[in-house]
Design a protein around this ligand. Sequence first.
Ligand code: ASP
Length: 352
Amino acid sequence: MNKLSIISIGLLFLISCSPQSEKLTLAETPKNPLAIVIHGGAGGVEKRFFTTEQELAYKNTLQEALDAGYVILEKGGTSLEAVQAAIIIMENSPLFNAGKGAVFNSEGKQEMDASIMDGSNLKAGAVAGVNHIKNPILAARMVMDSTSHVLLSGKGAEIIAKKFNLEMVESDYFFTPKRYNQLMKLQGKEEMKLDHNSSEHQKINYFIDDHKYGTVGAVALDRFGNIAAGTSTGGMTNKKYGRIGDTPIIGAGNYANNETCGVSCTGTGEYYIRTVAAHEISNLMKYKNFSAQKALKEVIFNQISKLGGEGGAIVLDKNGNVAWDFNSSGMFRGYKKSTGENVVEMYEMSKK
Ligand code: ASP
C-alpha cells in the first residue's frame, strides 16, 4: 500500500467517525445554496388594519423565526432542524394561529394540527387535534422519527408525545382572550373563519382582533441539498369539533421532495385537501417542468380560487429559488438565503 492510499484511508476513517457538521469542515464549501422561507398565515393582511407597533411585532417575530432557522443551516445543521426551529418561534408567539394563540373550535377548545416532511427520503410525520403538546411541530417530528406511522390524532398522539418526553402543557396554556373573542363573535353563525379573512375587513383592526389567520410554515434547503417542509396550525375559528384541515395531510398543506421543492400552505384547508395542493405544485414542477412560481400560481389561482378557496403558499425549489403567492390581500412571509438576501413582508405582493 503506498503512502497516498494510507492517507486516503485515514482521511476516510476520520470523515466516517465525525458528526455531520464536522464532516463539513473537511468537505468545506457547500455545493448547495442555503435558504429558508417561512409564512405566518395568509388573509386580509392590509396596512390599514395594523398600527405601526403591531406591524413591527409581526415583522420582528418573523425575522426571529428566519434567524433561528437560518443559523442552523449556516452551522451545517439539517433542513429539518431549521424548519422546526423557525416554527417553534412562531408556535410560541401568541401572534400566530399555531401553538399558543391557536384559534378555538365550536366547542371552545383548541385543537392543533402539524406536519413535517423530509424531502430526501419522503418520510413524514403529523399530528391532528392535539391540545396538550406545547410544540405540535415537535410531535410531528416524533411521529416521523419514532413510529412507523405518518399521522396520529388526539389522545393517542399525546400519549406518545409524553412517552417521548415532549413538553406537555395544560390546555389553557394556548388560551388568548383575542382568540376566544373571535369564537364568541362567530358562535351560532355556523361559520368558520380563516385567520385573516379578507371579506370581513370592513373596519380598522377588525381582523387583527377578530379574524386573524396565522397558520405557520417553513421550508428549508440545507447544504446537503435536502429540502424539508413543516406546517403548524390551530385550524379555523369555530371549526367543528374533530375537524382536521390540510395542515397535517401530507400532500395537501405540506410536502417536500428533493427532486422538486418543499411547500407549506395556508388558507381554507378543505380546498387545499381537495386540490392536494402541495403535492400538485411539486408534480407540476416534476412532470410539466413548471418553475416553482408558475406551479404555485396555477394551483392557487386556477384551482383553489376557482373552487372558492382562499389562501396562499410558500415554495422553495431544489436550487434555492423562493416562490410565494396568495389570493387573499396579504400573507405574513419572509426568506433568508446564503446569497445575503433577507426579506420580510406581509402586505400585497410587491410589483417587480
Ligand atoms: N389551513 C388551515 C386549516 O384549514 C388554516 C389556515 O391556514 O389559516 O386548518
